[in-house]
Design a protein around this ligand. Structure first.
Ligand code: 5GP
Length: 219
């Protein structure tokens, strides 16, 4: 009866947030590469495309009017202003992934995590990744070699603001070692997948287990 052990379950809406430079992108890429049961929610954004990014892969890059129309038409599960641009999670892809039996990974900020939780309640798992120190965060931002001192100072101020929302999350991790932090993220996802409330198939499975034992004589 090995096949009956593979049970249906409710999908996990797995949110990863962190200030930029804390390692969230590396960790989400590792999660997606190593686990075909979870797929990324691709957000829409009004910010300009960066070198190396691809439309439809990293984001759906849209203009402000298109974004506003999408929001008015209820196409977003959540959306927010982040760093002067609009970012939103298209509802369709998330619903399609869940219907296909996948878990969904969201790389969104604290505002998105909050709205998603209001929409989908306990199906949402919110994980926040902290840098080990602010000095280390600054060192990582400088190591990218892409930003001026002014931009780095602005990113550090934004990072402090993002971190101030750490207490709106279910799990908070410190990324002082990427492999260690990735291991913890995987452990959280595994435990969340195994939660009883997600194991819809358990209802029938447990009932069949109980029924398979002949009734004992109570005397
Ligand atoms: P970036 O422009 O560096 O790719 O992302 C900036 C910030 O916007 C990141 O903190 C990222 O998590 C957040 N973000 C990306 N997509 C969404 C979204 O759909 N909704 C919300 N609320 N935040 C998002």
């Amino acid at each position: 009866m090995a096949e009956s052990v593979h049970l249906n379950r409710r999908g996990v809406l797995f949110v990863l947030s962190s200030p930029s430079g804390a390692g969230k992108t590396t960790i989400s890429k590792k999660m997606l590469a190593g686990d075909s049961d979870i797929a990324l929610s691709i957000s829409a954004t009004t910010r300009p495309m960066r070198p190396g990014e691809q439309d439809g892969v990293d984001y759906h890059f849209v203009d402000v009017d298109t974004f506003k129309q999408m929001a008015a038409d209820g196409e977003f599960l959540e959306w927010a202003h982040v760093f002067g641009h609009r970012y939103g999670t298209p509802r369709d892809r998330v619903e399609e992934l869940l219907a296909a039996g996948k878990d969904v990974l969201f790389d969104i900020d604290w505002q998105g995590a909050q709205q998603l939780y209001q929409e989908a309640g306990p199906d949402v798992v919110r994980v926040f990744i902290l840098p080990p120190t602010m000095e280390e965060l600054e060192r990582r931002l400088r190591a990218r070699n892409t930003d001026s001192d002014e931009v780095i100072a602005a990113r550090m101020a934004r990072a402090a603001n993002e971190i101030s929302h750490w207490d709106g999350y279910d799990y908070v991790l410190i990324n002082d070692d990427v492999e260690g932090c990735f291991g913890e993220v995987k452990a959280i996802l595994r435990a969340e997948r195994l939660k009883r409330r997600r194991q819809i198939g358990l209802i029938g499975f447990a009932r069949d287990l109980i029924r398979s034992v002949p009734e004992a004589d109570p005397t």
